[in-house]
Design a protein around this ligand. Structure first.
Ligand SMILES: [Zn+2]
Length: 229
């Protein structure tokens, strides 16, 4: 993937934007061993803001970085991409979640989880969460600038359908979700723990259902045996 991106897009190799993403990526991962770390590179692309893929690289577009006022805002964008890896949304070395469970979740839920884990990573790295959330507020301004009212506010006629089609909550809702997670984080909430609890509850439900089916098979078999006597 990285070779393809490097062949097709212009990569910035030096300058303030490269320095910023290097500094921020390092700070966000300061507590991680070297072999679990990712690298961020700056690309010249009008079609993307930021993205990642299986592998060890995060891509952030220069035009996005131009709009972000400081390291904290850039940190949120990079942390969101890191979060997709940490939460097991992509095949790679760094998989904390169970990909099977994650694969069954709708895209907009995975994006919401990535936003929540991103703000956790930012706070843990010592960034001011309000400065980090500026990244989403700037994204909201970009969305509105393009005339995409539903992208910002949602679609009142079909709110769930709109979210599912886009794969994202409207930007104003994304901001609200992340803002609400800041005090929750401070009292110990972690999205990875919430997801692990949901995963356990889901597997308990599956187990119960399987036992019920197994139970009725045993009962039917017993009945057949009785009849044959
Ligand atoms: Zn994402």
């Amino acid at each position: 993937m990285r070779a393809r991106v490097e062949a097709e897009l212009v990569i910035e190799r030096e300058g303030w934007a490269v320095d910023r993403v290097r500094r921020v990526t390092e700070r966000l991962q300061a507590a991680l061993p070297d072999d679990e770390r990712f690298e961020t590179i700056v690309i010249a692309s009008q079609h993307h803001t930021a993205f990642t893929a299986p592998g060890r690289t995060i891509y952030v577009a220069r035009h996005m970085l131009d709009l972000l006022p400081d390291d904290a805002a850039a940190a949120f964008v990079i942390a969101h991409e890191l979060a997709h890896h940490h939460l097991g949304h992509l095949i790679g070395r760094y998989v904390h979640g169970l990909p099977f469970f994650e694969a069954t979740l709708p895209q907009h839920e995975r994006e919401r989880h990535a936003d929540l884990h991103a703000i956790e990573l930012c706070i843990a790295a010592g960034y001011d969460p309000d400065r980090c959330i500026l990244a989403l507020q700037i994204l909201d301004a970009m969305v509105l600038h393009c005339g995409d009212l539903e992208g910002s506010l949602g679609n009142p006629l079909d709110p769930h359908g709109e979210v599912a089609r886009r794969g994202y909550f409207p930007t104003l809702q994304r901001i609200a979700h992340v803002q609400a997670h800041v005090p929750a984080y401070r009292t110990g909430a972690r999205i990875i723990n919430t997801l692990a609890a949901e995963r356990d509850a889901a597997s308990r439900r599956r187990m119960k259902k399987a036992l019920k089916i197994a139970g009725s098979i045993v009962a039917t078999a017993a009945l057949l045996l009785l009849r044959r006597r």
